[in-house]
Design a protein around this ligand. Structure first.
Ligand code: ATP
Ligand code: MG
Ligand code: MG
Ligand code: MG
Length: 480
């Protein structure tokens, strides 16, 4: 390779040597005689300063060094006199590999709003903020695999095209090769799915859990980490139509073991970010501070980004049951003047994110594991408790996010599982493969799902889930 990446150069400055770097121009400033170019190649948040004398390169070439242009620069590495950087390059040769018309390039050196950048999702990776987010995302993906590999879990690829709806929540995207304008019909005038590619209705997966369960009941401990699709028809800051989910599933683990693993996992990921993404996190922390400077105190997070990460890493999570949580909410005044928009004054209703955030941020002041939800508001596969009213479910709630993890001990008893399926109108006929896990060698087992982008929201401090995934898919948004 004929060039060095900027991160490598900054980590081990080769002062006195001549090197070649390649990257994209952030800014060019200076005087008529000398130009200072800030070059970034994506390997680090830091720009490398290139010093280029106008006389040496000619005005024609210097004019082409505009924000967004791609350069190859060769020159000597010298100590920098300027503040903020240890080294710089004295440009000896500069090739403009790709020009960028300053009149047309949408990203100017000024700070752009996140809304504007969402419109330019194909270019926003070139900004400092999104460079940091992409690199942290990579670090978190790596940490997920490392955590499980170090603990002897096996990664299983569960299917993306599936004929089952794991959640039974009816949020599936249909997959079909039939002509929507002219589908084949049965004698009763219904769409004849037998004529479709899979000879039955197929969907994009909403969860790999059921297939994860059957894998765990042979391999012991497994995890899936794949794309998940839900036709969420609500436009929120924490739901995507396409998101990534990490779903471990463990044989011989009850709800307590499950919760312990989830807490260890979340602490590990947060600690991994603190130890490995320092520069990017410092930038995002400063960014958040600047954004919030002018906001009233009650709209600002109580802790800074780094303080929030350390709080999760260093504190035992709180525990409470759903029943206790509802009592806390009933007896609370979230805001002196304002009540909850959606009052939780009845046992049996699902919590909304405002309630979840209240529990974490105002009541417990640390992450909370809420267990034992009413059985009617949770999925059919969760283990029914002895009270016959609740299931062995757990949601983990995080500050600023609300639910980040949803999990449960699974119903391992065949008779109770099938009666739950009846309650949820799930036809046994299509689920025989799943019921076989209970028929042959069933055992206590548990698992959970961590929404990867919810984790990313927490780790980066971003507040809209569209800003922590490279190509967000939300209602009305499938640009490329
Ligand atoms: P919510 O109550 O927030 O809609 P859920 O209870 O429907 O979430 P689960 O089925 O429990 O979600 O999925 C497990 C995890 O996947 C959630 O805890 C969350 O972190 C994440 N998740 C669920 N739906 C989405 C989505 N549409 N976009 C991003 N992440 C999601
Ligand atoms: Mg949901
Ligand atoms: Mg939920
Ligand atoms: Mg859930």
């Amino acid at each position: 390779m004929d060039y060095i990446r900027i991160k490598e150069l900054l980590d081990q400055p080769k002062t006195g040597e001549t090197v070649t770097v390649k990257g994209w121009v952030k800014t060019r400033r200076g005087s008529k005689q000398v130009n200072f170019i800030a070059l970034n190649d994506g390997s680090t948040i830091h720009n490398l300063q290139i010093v280029a004398e106008t006389e040496k390169f000619g005005e024609e070439l210097i004019k082409k060094i505009t924000t967004g242009a791609c350069l190859s620069v060769t020159g000597e590495v010298v100590e920098s006199k300027g503040s903020g950087q240890a080294i710089e390059i004295l440009g000896e040769n500069i090739d403009v590999l790709g020009e960028s018309d300053p009149e047309k390039f949408p990203l100017q050196p000024k700070k752009h709003s996140l809304e504007f950048l969402r419109e330019k999702a194909h270019l926003r990776v070139r900004t400092t903020t999104f460079g940091a987010i992409y690199r942290i995302r990579h670090a978190m993906i790596f940490a997920v695999h490392k955590f499980f590999n170090d603990r002897g879990f096996f990664n299983v690829h569960t299917p993306i095209l599936t004929s089952s709806d794991a959640e039974g929540a009816g949020e599936m995207f249909r997959v079909t090769t039939l002509d929507p304008k002219n589908p084949p019909l049965t004698e009763d005038g219904e769409v004849d799915w037998k004529e479709d590619f899979f000879e039955k209705q197929a969907n994009l997966t909403v969860s790999g859990q059921l297939e994860g369960e059957l894998s765990a009941l042979a391999l012991g401990n497994i995890y899936t980490f794949g794309p998940t699709f839900r036709a969420e028809n609500s436009n929120t800051t924490r739901h995507l139509a396409e998101f990534w989910m990490i779903e471990p599933e463990m044989a011989f683990h009850d709800l307590k073991d499950n919760a312990e693993l989830a807490e260890d996992f979340l602490k590990y990921l947060v600690n991994y970010a603190l130890e490995n993404c320092e520069d990017d996190l410092n930038f995002l922390a400063k960014r958040e501070e600047d954004e919030n400077k002018n906001k009233p105190a009650n709209e600002r997070p109580a802790l800074s980004l780094l303080e929030r990460l350390k709080m999760v890493r260093d504190n035992d999570f709180a525990f409470c049951t759903y029943t206790e949580a509802i009592d806390i909410l009933k007896n609370s005044k979230p805001n002196k003047k304002k009540k909850f928009n959606y009052p939780v004054d009845e046992w049996g209703v699902d919590m909304q994110s405002e309630h979840e955030k209240y529990l974490v941020e105002k009541h417990f002041k640390k992450p909370v594991i809420v267990t034992d939800y009413p059985k009617d508001i949770k999925a059919f596969y969760m283990r029914v408790n002895d009270d016959n009213k609740t299931v062995a479910a757990m949601d983990i709630l995080f500050p600023g996010i609300g639910e980040i993890v949803g999990g449960s001990q699974r119903e391992e008893r065949m008779d109770i599982l099938t009666s739950r399926m009846k309650d949820f109108n799930i036809e046994e006929e299509h689920m025989q493969w799943y019921l076989d896990t209970r028929r042959f060698g069933s055992c206590v087992h548990s698992g959970f799902g961590l929404g990867f982008e919810r984790l990313m929201l927490f780790v980066t401090g971003m507040t809209n889930i569209r800003d922590v995934i490279p190509f967000p898919r939300t209602p009305g948004n499938c640009e490329f």
